[in-house]
Design a protein around this ligand. Structure first.
Ligand code: GAL
Length: 333
């Protein structure tokens, strides 16, 4: 009897400082983040906004790791973040098809994980109830890029050879990335829906990278020259790489094709202001960063997620927005 009483008292004492293992309102919280590549422009701008969002709360500390495009490295970082006592971990998967190790570790150690930007398949997310995703709807960005391109093509008399067909090039992100696959498909479908006849001259994978896109585009300019009437970049950095290639080739602005991107990065917005890029689609880095920060804090404290409007209880997707010269000023800081 005495033994039982003692163990009850011990349990009450131990549990006094916690709410289901979650932090109370005034406790410090530690959030771990691993990004797939800290040199990726969009990701680095998203992290800038994430750090700014959490900096508003002195009770939150953040540790950010760069996986340097290695899933193995990211798996090790997951272990380190757990050892360091992170309450919630945010993962920008290197390989969106290989989240197993991360999920196993999360489950085993009972630490919620917010995946972001690089979307794992739903079956993987459903492997445990404390897994979440913050990002956007890839199809929406493709459709909007097609619409932005259609508007520019109409305004610019872009059909240089007057054959009634738009000859185009696509600069694609990484093979297997949800945004690359879906944006490529939907942007072109949208152009067709908008009444354009289109003819794909070429496409190249440039891994979201400005310099890789410049190299590939330089090759296309050599081969196809004036035939190119439209360049669809799966993101702003690759559209900017195409612009770099036209500049490096010494081709005058009036002879460039229509060039459009997606993201609305600082450099992308500037290119829209300059009239070099004829439009982009805002990938709401600030909204995604704030959603991640709010979700992370709520998870660490075990608070209700009702106000965060999660779809299927697990997903937060921020809407994309079209940007052209007409509204670009609304996006500049
Ligand atoms: C996309 C973004 C790209 C790149 C990629 C990385 O959403 O548009 O610029 O950052 O994510 O996963």
């Amino acid at each position: 009897m005495r033994k039982k009483l003692l163990s009850m008292i011990l349990c009450v004492l131990l549990c006094a400082g916690c709410t289901n293992g979650k932090k109370r309102n005034d406790d410090k919280i530690k959030i771990g983040v691993s990004v797939y590549d800290s040199y990726d422009t969009f990701i680095s701008e998203l992290m800038r906004d994430f750090n700014a969002a959490v900096a508003e709360n002195p009770d939150i500390t953040v540790e950010v790791y760069n996986a340097s495009v290695s899933q193995q490295t990211q798996n090790k970082q997951m272990e380190q973040m757990i050892e360091k006592g992170c309450d919630v971990i945010c993962i920008n998967l290197v390989d969106r098809t290989a989240p197993k190790k991360i999920i196993d570790l999360a489950k085993k150690n009972n630490i919620p994980v917010i995946f972001f930007n690089r979307e794992l398949v739903e079956e993987d997310l459903n492997q445990w109830e404390e897994l979440y995703y913050v990002g956007a709807d890839a199809a929406e960005s493709g459709i909007m890029e097609g619409e932005v391109a259609a508007e520019a093509l109409r305004n610019e008399e872009a059909d240089k050879n007057g054959d009634g067909v738009i000859q185009y090039i696509v600069l694609e992100g990484e093979a297997g990335h949800q945004d690359a696959i879906v944006r490529t498909e939907r942007s072109v479908d949208t152009l067709i829906d908008e009444g354009f006849e289109v003819d794909k001259i070429a496409s190249a994978i440039a891994n979201w990278s400005r310099s890789q896109a410049q190299t590939r585009m330089a090759g296309f300019i050599d081969t196809y020259g004036d035939e190119i009437e439209l360049v669809l970049g799966n993101n702003d950095d690759m559209a900017l790489g195409a612009i770099d290639a036209y500049k490096a080739a010494g081709i005058e602005r009036k002879d460039w094709p229509v060039i459009v991107g997606i993201d609305g990065t600082t450099a992308g917005l500037q290119a829209v202001v300059n009239g070099e890029m004829l439009g982009t689609v805002y990938n709401d880095q600030k909204g995604q960063a704030e959603a991640m920060a709010n979700l992370a804090e709520a998870l660490a404290r075990g608070e209700s997620l009702d106000d965060l409007n999660l779809k299927n209880g697990r997903y937060i997707r921020l809407p994309y927005q079209k940007i052209t010269i007409d509204n670009v000023n609304d996006y500049l800081d």
